[in-house]
Write a protein that binds this ligand. Sequence first.
Ligand SMILES: [Zn+2]
Length: 208
Amino acid sequence: MMELSRVNCGYEAANCYCIKYSDTECLLVDPGDRADRVLAYLEQKSLKLTHILLTHGHFDHTGACKELREETGCKIAIGKGNEIMLRDPDYAGVTFFRLPNPQRYLFEPDMIVDDGDVLEFGELKIKVIGASGHTAGDVCYLVDDILITGDVLFEGNCGRCDLPGGSWERMQKSLAKLKALPGDYKVLSGHGPDTTLDRERKYNPYMK
Ligand SMILES: [Zn+2]
């Protein structure tokens, strides 16, 4: 049975999620910082980290990836078109925010995921939804009744489109695509509180 929990490891309160998909295995979405805290969490829960799924390649979502892969041997996946974010400090946001140690945010992914892919982890299936606009290759992840939206959709807001690879036009299309998903989902964003898709359909000015 799938269990999802938030791991407190974020840089400036970026959200990292742990999805436990078997008795002993889990994956992480967007471990943005503090690999030490993530490793302590995994140890405390007796979980093996097998995969990291990234919604996109900004530093505040990727900062712990390199160290976690070194420590656990996990595989790292990112959306098609986003590879450049793991190779170029300008795209990673490292240059813009003048971060020290840029190499920490630069690495090669193990897997590229694309719109419509269904990823299987044991019994668990995760659907990939392409939703670029915040960057050139954002993806959202659909897990059971949960939609993980990265920096595409926030409670009452959407992600900025003015950084390298961003596009307001594509963002609008992506928001329309999420809005058109059948039914309601619990929405877990890259920053800020949880919400639901119905709530955002109703009240989010960018989704109306
Ligand atoms: Zn971002």
